[in-house]
Design a protein around this ligand. Structure first.
Ligand code: RB5
Length: 149
């Protein structure tokens, strides 16, 4: 189950992502916004990020104009690893190495076709363990204020 969110700048991309998820029969909940009328991206980042962080959803997908603002907001929520993706390699590596749980994309920088490609890669790439687990543990320690370096 995927949690979706966007602001006005990402509305068109999230519509393309929804179409892809519908075609694949992948379930999702759309937390809005639902039009291109101007809204504040932290609202939708917060809704999706908290729903992913509390375990209700396996992944989130967030879109704004650049993907950047909405990812910064999502990453303020403990347990979230939100990645801005704008190429196929990044879509794969952020799952393999960063165990990203939210995919962020920008409607003003990424085409609908590419957004669907990145979504497909993101949702179908497994996490790698080993050295990456240690690094993720360090991220959690930063969150908790316990990183000792
Ligand atoms: C909204 O105009 C724009 O700032 C937002 O969509 C996003 O790009 C912020 O990072």
């Amino acid at each position: 189950m995927i949690a979706l969110g966007c602001d006005h700048g990402g509305y068109n991309l999230i519509c393309a992502v929804k179409k892809y998820l519908d075609e694949k029969g992948i379930e999702y909940k759309d937390f809005g916004t639902y039009s291109t009328e101007s809204v504040d991206y932290p609202v939708y980042a917060y809704k999706v990020a908290t729903a992913v962080a509390n375990g209700e959803f396996e992944f989130g997908i967030l879109c704004c104009g650049t993907g950047i603002g909405i990812s910064i907001a999502a990453n303020k929520v403990k347990g979230i690893r939100a990645a801005v993706v704008n190429n196929e390699f990044g879509a794969e590596m952020t799952r393999r190495h960063n165990h990203a749980n939210i995919l962020c994309m920008g409607g003003r920088v990424t085409s609908e076709e590419d957004a669907v490609k990145y979504t497909d890669i993101f949702l179908n790439t497994p996490e790698e363990g080993g050295r990456h687990d240690n690094r993720l543990a360090m991220l959690a320690e930063i969150e908790n204020g316990t990183l000792n370096i």
